[in-house]
Design a binder for this molecule. Sequence first.
Ligand code: ATP
Ligand code: MG
Length: 568
Amino acid sequence: MVEDKTAKKTSKDFIREIIDEDLAAGKNEGRVATRFPPEPNGYPHIGHAKSICLNFGIAQEYGGTCNLRMDDTDPEGESMEYVEALKRDVKWLGFDWGDRLFFASDYYDKLYEFAEELIRQGKAYVCDLSPEEIKAYRGTLTEPGKESPYRNRSVEENLDLFRRMKKGEFPEGSRVLRAKIDMSSPNMNLRDPVLYRIKKTHHYRTQDKWCIYPMYDFAHPLSDALEGITHSICTLEFENNRPLYDWVLDQFSWKIRPRQIEFARLNLNYTVMSKRILIELVEKGVVKGWDDPRLPTISGMRRRGYTPEAIRTFCDRIGVAKNDSTIDVALLEDCVRDDLNQKARRVMAVLRPLKVIIDNYPEGQTEEFVCPYHPKDESLGMRKVPFSRVLYIEKDDFMVDPPPKFLRLAPGREVRLRWGYFIRCVDWKKDPQTGEVSEVRCVYDPETKSGFAPDGRKVGATIHWVSAFHSIPGEVRLYDRLFLVPDPLADDGDFLRYLNPNSLEVLKECRLEPSLATASPQDRFQFERLGYFCVDDDSRPDQLVFNRTVTLRDTWAKVKEKGETKDK
Ligand code: ATP
Ligand code: MG
């Protein structure tokens, strides 16, 4: 299901309503404290952006705080590279955690103490069942579970075994620490859940100090409580874990008691957001890296030219809800377009050049048109665009034998050059080998410098161009959706077969207007008639590289409407 959520928000979402109620009831000493708790096992993506905007946004609105917490309790796959990526991307999105960067791994000693305390209270025990047995004993949704034969060990024995687990005396999988709750609970999560398991794995921060690691359901509520979090916002799949979250907190006393609230995660069509799959795409070389502009990662979007403002607007527009839905990626692209429309300087670039010679323009002569960078925003200034006898225009702006709807350049036909003269085609040449048009000959009308003919005659089109001599070379990368189908994971099969083979097209022979010579990475422009473009991180002054951020219109909508092929 694809929902149109473009409607403007008129009321508060349910999370803010809960916070209002808590404040009205005088809870939490009137404070609002949230956190964004990523596991540093991948680069953050647009789904994380939703959570970041929500948590940091709420803190801003309520004059509260938002912690950035690395939820690093599973040593496998976590690394400092991911921590740095998370920090950079949260910052880039425009949020500030101040001095509140935390790591769950910094709480390992405390979490261990809490676990011993549970054992002393008779609420946790060491269980020797194998992982398969634990699963079998758990029962099903319709049948109660069976109690572990180790459930009634004495406190002393449990403490001794747990300490020896910590010392590394037992092999992985041989023992776990479990909460003693209720094996017949209708909520499977309360059937004596595992709190600690043995994992003889190096941790990127605690190194080899620990060989037992706490489970998420144990570490998360306690980390929240230790940080004084008031509202612990997470995604819907944790709804059934909430009773366990509360159970863990109930075993200890707290000044501020966090409250878990779940919301629907963001799903976008034509892409994937599972970190496992993103890692696979990166490791298999399907994309060029975590910041490949085709990925829904924040670093990919940044490289592609998306702005933090556009992403924040998108997160605002989709809002938060309690039921899962899929958002059309076109909505995200619209937010990007809207933002760039206001900010991007307009310039001319020719992606697939065709040479045009103006027969009646003197050889060696040049003139400069002074053109505004933006149709509305004068503060963006002006630039000079040189004009001379030899120009480049787009190949597809000329047709020898045009169909009725084609109003651009054709034999005998006149068009307007953007910011310049009218030109009329008088001849053309074909490459004898390829059969492609290789050169077009035109004459210009010196009386049309203003863009209009004194006799009032009209033209059917205005096309962009660059002066051949003055233009500079550049590479342009055009991106399309990474997958051909809305939900590449729908059928559990090999999602790689749905990859769009044309998700990247590299054009190496582009010609750019000379004002672009000083463009540097992350600068964003509108190439007139072609879309919004951003200077790539690989770009060098002597070898400019641009990424197309987004087309001027939603080209996929047109496909849907008319069943046509997209214009590139
Ligand atoms: P994955 O399931 O792909 O491994 P994750 O949800 O486990 O991702 P975390 O690093 O644990 O990734 O997520 C950090 C925070 O971001 C969590 O609070 C999680 O709920 C939130 N989050 C992750 N994905 C989304 C999403 N698609 N929409 C909204 N919030 C999300
Ligand atoms: Mg997670």
